[in-house]
Design a protein. Sequence first.
Lengths: 466, 529
Amino acid sequence: MSIDYGERIPNNVNLAEDRRLQRALESWQPGFLRWWGEMGPALPTQDVYLRTAVAVGREGWAHFGHVALPEYRWGIFLAERDPDRRIAFGQHRGQPVWQQVPGEFRAELQRLIVVQGDTEPASVEQQRRLGLTAPSLYDLRNLFQVNVEEGRHLWAMVYLLHAYFGRAGRDEADALLLRNSGSEDSPRILGAFNEETPDWLSFFMFTYFTDRDGKYQLGTLKESAFDPLSRTCEFMLKEEAHHMFVGTTGVDRVVERTATLMREHDTDDIQKYGGIPLDVIQKYINFHYSVSLDLFGGETSTNVANYYTAGLKGRWQEERRKDDHLLTEAATTVQQVVDGRLADVRLPALTALNADLRGEYIADCATGLTRWNRILDGVATLYLPHVGFNRQVGVFAGHHLTPDGRLVDRATWEHDRDRWLPTPADKAYVHSLMRPVYEPGKIAAWLAPPRNGINGRPLDYEYVHL
Amino acid sequence: MSAPEISFDTHPDRYRHLRVEYDGEIARIVLQVDEHGGLVPGYELKLNSYDLGVDIELYDAVQRLRFEHPEGRAVIITGGLEKVFCAGANIRMLAGSSHSWKVNFCKFTNETRNGIEDATANSGQTYLAAINGTAAGGGFELALACDRIILLDDGSTAVSLPEVPLLAVLPGTGGLTRLVDKRGVRKDLADVFATRSEGVRGSRAVEWGLVDEAVPRSRFEETVRRRAAEAAARSTRPRAAEGIALTPLEREVSADEIRYPNVTAALDRANGLVTITVYGPRQESESWPLALTRELDDLILRLRTNELELGTWVIKTQGDARRVLEAWQGDGWPADEIRHYYKRTLKRLDVTSRSLIALIEPGSCFAGPLLELALACDRQYMYDEEGTAITLTEANFGAFPMGNGLSRLAARFLGDPGHLAKLRQETGREIDAAEADEQGLVTFALDDIDWADEVRIALEERAALSPDALTAMEANHRFAGPETLETKIFARLTAWQNWVFNRPNAAGPEGALRRYGTGQRPAFDRKRV
């Protein structure tokens, strides 16, 4: 029996003609569906109003319709190929980009793809129980949209492993399904992806802060000299934008509800009115922002420097930068703790690329704060904590910095940390608000309704059939 | 990096990089390297990577386990950091080191690993590696020295030998040799493994023979304990024996002398030589063999590491041969343990890159075990006068084998096995210079007229020759007979790794070792040599 690959697996990689890829995916796909069944959303649903990418053109990449989740057509899409694209940085700068993996860089490229790929299904696993407490069908649908697209991003990485990395790539693709978030025996590679997302405020924070880290990582891989990786990531970034949207507007709506309650009752203490107090929101920001900063790794990294020189992983917006794109002579300054004080230390730019990317990320995160403070409109203000606050990785690890960037001793930190980070009581309170609202058009009391529905649909549209 | 004066003294109270936990028959060495505890400035010991300072602690721990812990029948080596077992020798340290430093460091590392295998084979103290995180390069090589390797099977943890692909050097402390010779890994799979920087995980590592078993996290600890208990149950180590404390050595160091109670070394910098004198027991002494061995071991390490330009070691003894032989009598614990230690110390001498010259003079006591010191030398000069003698004992016929598995006498008379058998009839009596010369036990027997000049000229001649050529020549001559795992490990370190270390592709300004960590790729000279 012949299988219509174009129908079953939407793609623009000519899957119907590629026997090697077909064989690889045929054995991998059942494993993926089994994984989705076991580790995907825990809430049973009939169908969900989802966007499915069926082509990469302006028309094709967003088709909407109700789909039963396991029948979602996870596709394989790469952004259109630019036949004249040249390597923008590193020792191969100016040469045509690679359409095949150079043997010299096989191990490094495979590692980059595996680490990126490992985070995609991890977030699905972390969020699997959230559907049970969704604040509205609209939000439930957004959760599932994020989940299926993370699943598709896994497909995208698996495609690269299958298509370009031979047997070792197939083994790694299988391992992506074997590791599971929070599993004792085979956890996900990065520690932050082994914590369950416990509530919807965390989910919004995660999609705002942690998915944004993903956006920046994808942005550096989009610059890669390995063209299939570059094109894959470019298309993933389009979908990632939706995840950011869910996070940004999610926090918007929580803040909006909180501001409304504070104004109505002229008090900060809005717990008794069912809202989330602003200081709790701030603590969640502090937590999620600081753990997301850890995902950028140490300020200095020789691996990342190697990746850059080899052309495997560039800087954010590499081609817009005005320098030699080699960085062998360049220097940069990075803030560190020196002799008990914060000081700017001059370092070779090449080994400080993690700090460079983190700087771009921090500036981007700040836009959300501006947004939320506009919503608060003077009622109060939210802030981003100092980059050194609550850090476990890099130069600030082992030091204690307050959110406003003061170095304090351990005792002070222990004494005041409950003012800065969510306490068990804070989490219990947020948890207590998590009651499912599955009635079309209705919304939980701790957040404001969205401004618009999905794809022009009204708010009371049945986005999910339970 | 200029070589600092290195001391090999340490004590568990002062360890910075590891801790040893004791639980009855099972001990556990937990590697938790202090990033900021490098022996010299210029690098951080990240990810449980090691330098000589870490290795000195490991050697100390291994020695103390043997002498201070007769109850220890199995030893688990494991990592004390999150997701890390051991990342091997620190690359920045290697990149910043002189050639001689790298060589000495690797040699000492090898000797400790061989000591681990010796404990397993001869002391009923079986080593197991519990790889609970990344084991790369020298980290995996350390595991390879263990009798059993248990790998955490979590979908992430890999064993690897990434030296060739990442650093353009070799896993030179026995890694390649132990893969194919000890563990019997097929050469084609070893080829794939040693060129694949990401290494091999889980069940494939078992299939390829890289590890013995791969165990999920939930059963890992239990499995490690069970394997250790099984090894302990097989142990032949004596029960209810009393440990021997390895107390701090008495050592006085001055500009031209290193002095211990039973050994002295006179440093003659002008002539590039050291005169090492070993003193026999001054009275009947059971503790003399261990004390002497520890002092000799320490002296060899210090001279090798700190005195590179003293290229000739003259070895003498002084004392009463009868007391020497009495002191070495005794069986079981701890005599056997001490004999194995003396054996390892003699092996250290065998692989020392110095010209070794024995002077057998009046008042000397080259008898039985101490005669091995002379036999380890490249030449033996014996003073020919009445009363100067050497004594063969049964100990010279196999108690202290070399790395090639042969006694020094068997290697010396490799071409004449009949003579070896005949010498076995000559044990237990004094052999004078003329007879020693006739029996081939010494190189030259010289009378009082010739002695001083002959010896002086020989030493001056020696000092004038190329140190590199001498090192290479001596190594070629010392190990007559079969290749073993041990001889291969040292020979390949010497010949191959040290060659690679010297080549521009590794150590040149654009070589992989120098470029490592700068973010720049190495530039290779593509010509095969």
